[in-house]
Write a protein that binds this ligand. Structure first.
Ligand code: ADQ
Length: 473
């Protein structure tokens, strides 16, 4: 259905689909399962909603269609040049490093900014064309920060929510951005701006203060008790809404025989250590490999007894820093296996591809220790997926203090990924604790498991949309 008939519209850079080409050359759009689509599908269904976004292939814009799981999609066309300047450029080589506290240096390129504005306008136009009178629009993430402002001009009748999936930096860092005023103005035209953490939201309020705007109230979680009042008198709610996962999908059940078989395939190590990430420089993959290597070197870990499995999804592969990270990670894997593995028995198993969800779940179940070591991460769903996979209390989570998830998973073995010694200490203490005080570890994992089950993705979307409803009232 097209035209202005949708009373709930989600707009995100990507549509939840992938284009699949069969052996006979026929092409088909397949729903790509993901946390966001799982969380939003019931809401989309209830409100006769739709999803606006880019289908993931340059120069392709199929007519609106409905996925096999019933979500109506409105594709937005991006050319190859748009993809380079808007997505790889401004979104991922400017905003991504700036918002992740300058782990690498952001590139400020005026042409990229022009394309970012043009593409945001295109997304907003598409939303304006399909949203019903007085509809609710939920704008997702850093690629679309100008959309609320453009939409407010085009369709003052809409209720607009914005959620940022990555961290929001301190005003001191944000001030670097040459287009800072316009970007913030775009966001402030929403009715509600949501962040994962209260600290992210406080950074945003502080920024608003430095721009001379009035801030009322203090930030809280899953409700809105803080507002920014703009010069035109518009009041926008600001709050923390920590995202989560469909926890029940990761809960045990199914065939545990598979897990035992997987351990046997890895040579029946006493301890399996697991890393699962998009291959991104923010995730600290090289640092965790270095920590592992040094523990093998000193004999603190025995290569005959431990195995490290690293699953890495290819990501943003044409951007220089991503290419450099991949090559350093792969060099480290080769070196560690050369030093400590044997033929047919590597000590690090590394796969540079996505794995199906059921395979991923089996690895989570198998892993005795999960290593999650980002330098900075909005939330980190992998940590929550691992915890949700261990409702029997088994396993241990080593988690970076700089992952948003650390605010909730307080029983993890926390580490500072900028300090290799800290990663080594946390990993070693997890290994020791599993051997020497399994009961304590079980209690800690059980507590984290309950936290994730009680705060799942449905709570996230309900609390955000409930708060947005209040803001509109
Ligand atoms: P990401 O940076 O992509 O997300 P994360 O939250 O960990 O990071 O989500 C990654 C997802 O990809 C997980 O669901 C995981 O299962 C999946 N995945 C990773 N590697 C995989 C592999 N090899 N095979 C199959 N699946 C794999 C951004 C922000 C985060 C924030 C989320 C949600 O950077 O901070 O938590 O959005 O808001």
């Amino acid at each position: 259905m097209s035209g202005r008939s949708n009373s709930f519209v989600v707009v995100a850079n990507r549509l939840p689909v992938d284009l699949e080409t069969a052996a006979d050359g026929t092409r088909e759009w397949k729903a790509s399962p993901g946390g966001l689509v799982t969380a939003l599908s019931p809401v989309l269904e209830e409100h006769q909603g739709c999803w606006v976004g880019w289908p993931g292939v340059a120069d392709e814009a199929p007519e609106p269609f409905t996925t096999d799981n019933g979500v109506l999609l409105h594709p937005v066309r991006l050319t190859n040049e748009d993809f380079e300047a808007f997505y790889e450029g401004f979104s991922n080589a400017t905003l991504w490093p700036l918002y992740h506290d300058l782990i690498v240096t952001p590139i400020y390129n005026r042409d990229w900014w022009d394309t970012y504005r043009e593409v945001n306008l295109r997304f907003a136009n598409e939303v304006a064309a399909v949203a019903a009178e007085n509809a609710t629009v939920w704008v997702q993430d850093y690629q679309l920060q100008l959309v609320p402002g453009i939409l407010r001009q085009l369709r003052p009748d809409l209720t607009i929510g914005f959620f940022l999936h990555i961290p929001f930096p301190s005003p001191d860092l944000f001030r670097q951005l040459p287009w800072r005023e316009e970007l913030v103005r775009g966001l402030l035209d929403a009715n509600l701006i949501g962040f994962h953490l209260e600290s992210n939201a406080r950074n945003f309020l502080e920024l608003a203060r430095t721009q001379g705007l009035t801030v009322e109230g203090e930030v809280s979680t899953r409700e809105v008790t803080a507002h920014i009042v703009t010069n035109s008198g518009h009041s926008v709610g600001v709050g923390a809404f920590p995202i989560s996962i469909a926890a029940s999908e990761f809960a045990e059940g199914g065939d545990t025989g598979d897990v035992a078989q997987l351990r046997a395939e890895l040579g029946n190590p006493a301890h399996v250590i697991l890393g699962v990430d998009r291959l991104d420089y923010t995730k600290g993959i090289l640092q965790r490999l270095t920590a592992f290597e040094e523990l093998l070197e000193t004999g603190a870990l025995n290569p005959e007894k431990v195995t490290f499995v690293q699953l890495a999804t290819p990501s943003r592969e044409r951007i220089d820093h991503y290419r450099a990270t991949r090559s350093k990670v792969e060099e480290a894997v080769g070196r560690i296996n050369g030093r400590f593995g044997r033929l047919g028995a590597p000590v690090v198993h590394y796969q540079h591809s996505s794995v199906p969800k059921d395979v991923l779940r089996r690895y989570y179940r198998l892993a005795d220790i999960m290593l999650v070591t980002p330098f900075k991460d909005g939330m980190n769903l992998v940590a929550k997926e691992y915890v949700a996979s261990h409702s029997d209390g088994s396993g241990a989570l080593v988690l970076s203090e700089f992952a948003g998830a650390a605010a909730e998973l307080t029983q993890a073995n926390l580490c500072n990924p900028f300090d290799i010694e800290s990663i080594k200490r946390a990993l070693l203490s997890a290994v020791k604790a599993l051997e020497e005080s399994p009961e304590t570890m079980r209690e800690r994992m059980t507590a984290m498991n309950q936290q994730v089950r009680q705060h799942d993705i449905a709570l996230w979307s309900q609390s955000f949309l409930g708060a947005l409803d209040q803001e509109q009232a």
